[in-house]
Design a protein around this ligand. Structure first.
Ligand code: SF4
Length: 725
C-alpha cells in the first residue's frame, strides 16, 4: 500500500473510532468492541505494542485476518488515538522479513547465514550453551539484557533463577537521570498535568515528534486553543518549536544554567511560594544562597539566551504557578551533567508550588493488581559486573548502567562474561560506540536473541528464538500509573501466523532444560486471572477481555499529598531541595553548573532526536512508515554548509573519534550553526531490515560518555568533522 492509501485508511479508521465512541457513550456496559459484528467479523479490544505508550486498540478481524487496527476511545490516556505506528502494527504481523521460526547460525557472526531448526533443537542448544558457561564461569558469567515489555518480567526472572546478578535494562539509555532526579527530590516520579497547565517550558522534550503520549495530545490541545504558553529550548527548530510561543536555540548542554538563573530571579524577587516552601520543602536557605552566583547576565553568556528573556520567563512562570511546569519529558541523558539539570528542573517546579495541583506536577496514582505467588529463588551470590555500588551508588540496581557495564565486560573485570541473552532490545544499533558493542559480542562464547524481527543484534546472534507479535499473544495485565491510572489487557487477536512463541513459553522451555521448572510452574492464563482479581467489578477478567482497559472514574485527584502530616519518601521526609542523600553518596547536594566541553574549530556537536513514525531503532523497516521518511539525513546550517561546499542531497562523511558514517545532507536554517543533527534508527547492518539500511547509524559515531550520577548514556557529547564526498 502506498502512503496515500495508508493515510486514506487511517482517516477511515478515525471515522470508525468516533462511531465506537458514540456507541459506548450510549451504552457504557455494552461491548464497545463488537456490537454489530458479523459472524465472520470480530472486533477485539487489546493494547498496542509498537512503542512503550500502550495505547488501547480494537482489532477488526475478518475470517482470522486482521484487517484494521482502530483506536479504543475507552482509554482516557490514548483517548481515541492510534498513531501512524499503531496503525502499522499490521505490518509487524505480516512483515515478510519477520523471524518466522527458530534459527541457528551456520556462517560467521554477522554473515547472515542461518538454518531453521525446531523449537526443541533451539532450546536444547541454548540451554546447553548457558549451562556450559555456568559450569566454567559461574552464573554471573551470563548477561541478560532486555527492554520494557509486558513479558519482560519472565525474562528477568529466568536470569535471576539462573543465578546471574547481571540484568541490564534500557533506563540508562533513556530516562534514568530524570527518574533519579525526581525520585531524590520528591520520593517519586510524578506526572505532568499538561492538559491543565497554563505555562509550560520544555528543554528539548520534542513532544510532537517523539512518542505520541497523552502529554502530546494535551500539548496539542493546550497550544492550539492557546490555553497555555509554551516556551521551548532546543538547538533545532522542531515541530514542537513551531507550536511554541517562544523558541530559543539554546547552546547545547547549558539548560541547567538557564534553570539556575530562573531560580535566581524567582528567589531574589521573592516570587516563590513561601507557604508551600516552608511547609513542604527542605533546604530552601541553602538553595537561596547557592543560586546567588547564577545571575541572568551570567546565564545569558552560557546559554546565548538574552538575560531579559530569562527574567521575563522566570517572572511569567512564577506568576502562572501552580499551573506552571518545567516539563521533564521522556528523553535520554544529553550531557555528563544531565542529572544536575533534571534536579534543577525538579527544584524549580517545587519552589513555585506546582506540586499536586491542577496544571502542575501530580504524583502518579496506581491501581493495585493481584499477584500470582511462585517459588522464590536465592539472591545471586556474585556482585554485579558494572560494580554499581562503587560507581553509581544511587542508580537503580536491577536496571544497571549499560555503558559502564560494557566497559567492564570488555576489560573482563571484575570477572569474565561469556554468554549474552537479549530480549526485545537492539544494543548494536541503539548504544553509542557501536564498535565496542561489536567487540563485546565477539568475545562472547554464546549469544541468543528473543525478538520478533531481525534486529542488528539478532544479526550477530548464534540462536534466534522468535517471539510472537503482540497481536498473537496473551500478555500479563499491565497497570499504567499516572494522573489517570489505567489497567490494560493485551490479548491475542489472531493465532500465531508462524512457528513463534510468547516470551513466557520460551522462558519455560529454557527453564525446563536448565532444571529451573519449579520457578515457572504456572500458565499465562493463571497469571492473568490472579492479577485481575483485585479489580473492583464482578468478573474483572471478562470486563477486560471485553473492553481492553479499565480506568477508575475518580481520577485525576489533586492535593492528596498536601497535608501537614504527609511524609515524602525522601531523607528529610519533605521535598528535598537540598539533598542529604546526594551529599552522603559523595555528590553535590544542590545542582551545580558545569559548562559543556568546547566545540573544536571546524567541528560540530551532534544532537539526536526521534521521529513520530519510529520507535527508537524499530519500525524503520515497515513500508507504511518508511515511506514517510525513507532515510535519515544530516541537518547542517547554511553557513557552515556554504563554507564546506555542501548542498542538500550531497553525500557527506561524518567522522568522530570512534567512527565514520556517510549519509545525505539536508541544509537547513532550522539548526544552530555549531550543531548537526541526524535521526536515529537507520544505517542498519541487518540486511533483513532492507529499507532501514540506508542513511547512517548514530551508534557508529557517538562516543562513550555517561551522566555522572545516574550513569545514563550522554548522547550530546560527541563532536564530528563533516566533509562532502
Ligand atoms: S503511541 Fe502509537 S505506537 Fe505507541 S502505543 Fe500508542 S498507538 Fe501504539
Amino acid at each position: 500500500m502506498n502512503r496515500r492509501g495508508f493515510l486514506k485508511l487511517a482517516a477511515t479508521g478515525a471515522v470508525g473510532a468516533s462511531i465506537v465512541e458514540l456507541e459506548s457513550c450510549k451504552s457504557p456496559q455494552g461491548n464497545a468492541a463488537g456490537k454489530n459484528a458479523a459472524p465472520d467479523r470480530v472486533e477485539i479490544a487489546s493494547t498496542c505494542d509498537m512503542c512503550l505508550n500502550k495505547c488501547s486498540l480494537i482489532a477488526v478481524v475478518e475470517k482470522g485476518v486482521v484487517k484494521k487496527l482502530n483506536p479504543n476511545p475507552l482509554n482516557p490516556k490514548s483517548r481515541g488515538m492510534l498513531c501512524a505506528r499503531g496503525n502499522a502494527g499490521i505490518q509487524q504481523l505480516h512483515d515478510p522479513a519477520r523471524i518466522k521460526r527458530p534459527m541457528i547460525r551456520t556462517g560467521e557472526r554477522g554473515e547472515g547465514r542461518w538454518k531453521s531448526v525446531s523449537w526443541d533443537e533451539a532450546l536444547d542448544y541454548t540451554a546447553q550453551k548457558l549451562a556450559a558457561v555456568k559450569d566454567k564461569y559461574g552464573p554471573e558469567g551470563t548477561l541478560w539484557s532486555s527492554s520494557e515489555g509486558f513479558q519482560e518480567e519472565f525474562f528477568r526472572n529466568l536470569s535471576q533463577a539462573f543465578g546471574s546478578p547481571n540484568t541490564v535494562r534500557h533506563p540508562t539509555l533513556c530516562l534514568a537521570s530524570v527518574n533519579l532526579a525526581y525520585s531524590l527530590t520528591y520520593g517519586t516520579v510524578p506526572g505532568f498535568d499538561v492538559q491543565n497547565a497554563r505555562y509550560i517550558i520544555m528543554s528539548g522534550a520534542n513532544r510532537l515528534e517523539s512518542f505520541i503520549t497523552p502529554d502530546t495530545m494535551a500539548l496539542v490541545d493546550a497550544t492550539t486553543a492557546r490555553k497555555a504558553k509554551l516556551v521551548y529550548l532546543d538547538p533545532r527548530f522542531t515541530k514542537t518549536a513551531s507550536k511554541a510561543d517562544e523558541w530559543f536555540p539554546i547552546r547545547p548542554g547549558t539548560d541547567a544554567a538557564f534553570i539556575l538563573a530562573m531560580l535566581n530571579v524567582i528567589i531574589s524577587e521573592n516570587r516563590y511560594n513561601k507557604d508551600f516552601v516552608s511547609t513542604y520543602c527542605y533546604g530552601f536557605e541553602q538553595l537561596a544562597e547557592h543560586v546567588k552566583q547564577y545571575s541572568p547576565d551570567w546565564a545569558a553568556e552560557e546559554t546565548q539566551i538574552p538575560a531579559k528573556d530569562i527574567q521575563h520567563i522566570a517572572r511569567e512562570f512564577a506568576d502562572a504557578a501552580p499551573r506552571a511546569i518545567y516539563y521533564a519529558g521522556r528523553r535520554s541523558s544529553w550531557s555528563t551533567d544531565d542529572f544536575a539539570m533534571r534536579r534543577a528542573q525538579a527544584i524549580l517546579n517545587a519552589i513555585v508550588g506546582s506540586w499536586d495541583r491542577l496544571g502542575g506536577m501530580v504524583p502518579a496514582a496506581k491501581i493495585e493488581l493481584g499477584e500470582l505467588l511462585y517459588l522464590p529463588w536465592d539472591d545471586p551470590k556474585a556482585s554485579r559486573v558494572d560494580e554499581l555500588d562503587k560507581n553509581f551508588p544511587l542508580a537503580a540496581k536491577n536496571d544497571g548502567v549499560y555503558l559502564k557495564l560494557r566497559e567492564n565486560v570488555l576489560a573482563g573485570k571484575p570477572y569474565p562474561i561469556k554468554a549474552w541473552m537479549v530480549y526485545k532490545q537492539d544494543p548494536v544499533n541503539g548504544i553509542p560506540e557501536q564498535e565496542k558493542t561489536l567487540q563485546m559480542l565477539r568475545q562472547m562464547d554464546f549469544v541468543a536473541v528473543i525478538d520478533v524481527q531481525m534486529s542488528d543484534t539478532a544479526w550477530y546472534a548464534d540462536v534466534i528464538l522468535p517471539e510472537s507479535t503482540y497481536l498473537e499473544r496473551l500478555d500479563p495485565i499491565e497497570m499504567q500509573a499516572g494522573i489517570r491510572p489505567v489497567v490494560l489487557l493485551r490479548q491475542p487477536v489472531v493465532k500465531p501466523l508462524h512457528d513463534t512463541k510468547p516470551c513466557l513459553e520460551i522462558v519455560q522451555g529454557l527453564a525446563k532444560r536448565l532444571g529451573l521448572s519449579d520457578y515457572f510452574d504456572y500458565t499465562m492464563e493463571k497469571w492473568v486471572a490472579e492479577q485481575a482479581k483485585t479489580l473492583p467489578m464482578e468478573l474483572p477478567l471478562e470486563y477486560l477481555k471485553k473492553h481492553g482497559v479499565y480506568s477508575p472514574p475518580e481520577f485525576p485527584k489533586y492535593g492528596m499529598t498536601l497535608t501537614h502530616d504527609h511524609r515524602f519518601i525522601t531523607k528529610s521526609g519533605k521535598i528535598d531541595l537540598y539533598s542529604e542523600r546526594l551529599k552522603d553518596a559523595g555528590y553535590d547536594p544542590l545542582p551545580v553548573y558545569h559548562a559543556p566541553s568546547k566545540i573544536p574549530d571546524g567541528q560540530f556537536r551532534v544532537v539526536l532526536g526521534r521521529h513520530a513514525f519510529y520507535t527508537h531503532a524499530n519500525n524503520t523497516n515497515y513500508p507504511w512508515l518508511n515511506s514517510f521518511s525513507p532515510e535519515n539525513t544530516l541537518w547542517l546550517h547554511p553557513k557552515p554548509a556554504h563554507t564546506l561546499g555542501i548542498s542538500s542531497g550531497d553525500t557527506v562523511e561524518v567522522a568522530s573519534s570512534v567512527g565514520v558514517i556517510k549519509l545525505k545532507a539536508t541544509v537547513t536554517p532550522k539548526i544552530r550553526p555549531d550543531c548537526v543533527f541526524l535521526q536515529h534508527g537507520f544505517g542498519k547492518r541487518s540486511s533483513w531490515q532492507r529499507l532501514a539500511t540506508s542513511g547512517g547509524s548514530d551508534a557508529e559515531i557517538l562516543e562513550t560518555a555517561w551522566d555522572k550520577v545516574s550513569g545514563g548514556a550522554a548522547m550530546h557529547e560527541t563532536m564530528v568533522k563533516v566533509r562532502r564526498v
